[in-house]
Design a protein around this ligand. Structure first.
Ligand SMILES: [Ca+2]
Length: 323
């Protein structure tokens, strides 16, 4: 997994999934931004919610993080698999000034520009893999709905160490929020890569929702909802404050297809029922329903991990649902 570069993943995924449907019905005016969805217990079906407050430790105590999230992976900067607690911790207070949050440490603190003193990983993968396949599998009390999900909504709060940048040492950055399906994933990655011409690297890191996804001016499709029609700059979100990320996926069987993504309540991308024809060569086609998510992925190789300034990324209050 680690050696597969972003662009390569995109090409493989595009080839495997085939062309997107030419068009799907919509009753929405394209110029009208869709408001950020909020979980409604009266009408929605909760998949999972977690505030990380009750855990006694990453791996220790009567209620450890790994007892709830048994499928995980941590790899050091030399590509060696290590115990997850080397790079994953619970920090207090969490969002809102109380409780706990989950902290992932990346990169090399010896590199200039580090925004964390923690020894950092080359790869961390944590999340509810294998926990969403049957009703009650999460903690036995939630009204969990078994996946995979053709309509999947996920909100999480994310905080980066101030000035964090996963894409200093390599344009590929890290994989970011990974929405997994059978055999692959839809990624929301911080990176600088462009797999289309004429310039192949952004001068600054972007937070993409694609593999990578070109500006609207290149695709001819209004997917990015940002003012310039491009992936948002990562520098807006690496200020040390909590930011809210909400993604909505539609895939196969629901009558709709595509992704929406809101950052701090602002719609940054929307291609639901308007995914285009992928003439630019590499994009997701949303043909597979979501099984689970994982964060926050890996650098493209050990050299990139070793040479990237250290940073941390925290997570709190994630909630997933379908409707
Ligand atoms: Ca919390």
């Amino acid at each position: 997994m680690r050696t597969v570069a972003l662009a390569r993943v995109a090409i493989i995924m595009a080839a495997a999934c085939g062309p997107a449907p030419a068009s799907v019905q919509t009753n929405r005016t394209p110029s009208e931004p869709v408001p950020e969805p909020l979980y409604d217990p009266a009408t929605d079906k909760l998949i999972l919610t977690d505030n990380f407050d009750s855990y006694t430790g990453t791996v220790t105590g009567s209620s450890s993080f790994v007892s709830r999230y048994p499928n995980r992976r941590a790899v050091d900067r030399n590509d060696v698999v290590v115990p997850i607690e080397n790079y994953v911790s619970l920090v207090s207070p969490g969002r809102g000034g109380s409780g706990q949050a989950l902290r992932l440490a990346y990169g090399n603190p010896a590199i200039a520009g580090s925004t964390s003193t923690l020894d950092g990983a080359g790869d961390i993968v944590v999340g509810p893999e294998g926990r969403l396949g049957s009703v009650g599998a999460w903690n036995g009390t939630l009204p969990e709905v078994a996946g995979p999900y053709t309509h999947f909504l996920l909100t999480m709060w994310i905080r980066f160490s101030p000035g964090a940048d996963p894409s200093v040492s390599h344009a590929g950055g890290v994989k970011g929020i990974m929405h997994w399906y059978n055999g692959g994933r839809y990624q929301h990655s911080p990176h600088r890569a462009r797999d289309y011409g004429p310039t192949f690297v952004y001068p600054e890191t972007r937070w993409d929702a694609g593999p990578p996804r070109p500006p609207n001016s290149y695709t001819g499709v209004k997917e990015w909802q940002t003012a310039n029609g491009e992936a948002p700059r990562f520098s807006v979100y690496n200020d040390g404050n909590w930011h809210r990320a909400t993604s909505e996926y539609w895939a196969t069987g629901s009558g709709h297809i595509g992704v929406r993504w809101w950052l701090d309540g602002v719609l940054v991308i929307d291609n639901v029922d308007n995914v285009g024809d992928n003439h630019w060569g590499a994009d997701y086609v949303y043909g597979q329903p979501i099984t689970h998510w994982m964060v926050f992925g890996n650098f493209v190789n050990a050299t990139a991990a070793q040479n990237n300034p250290a940073f941390t990324v925290d997570f709190d209050d994630w909630i997933a649902w379908t409707r």
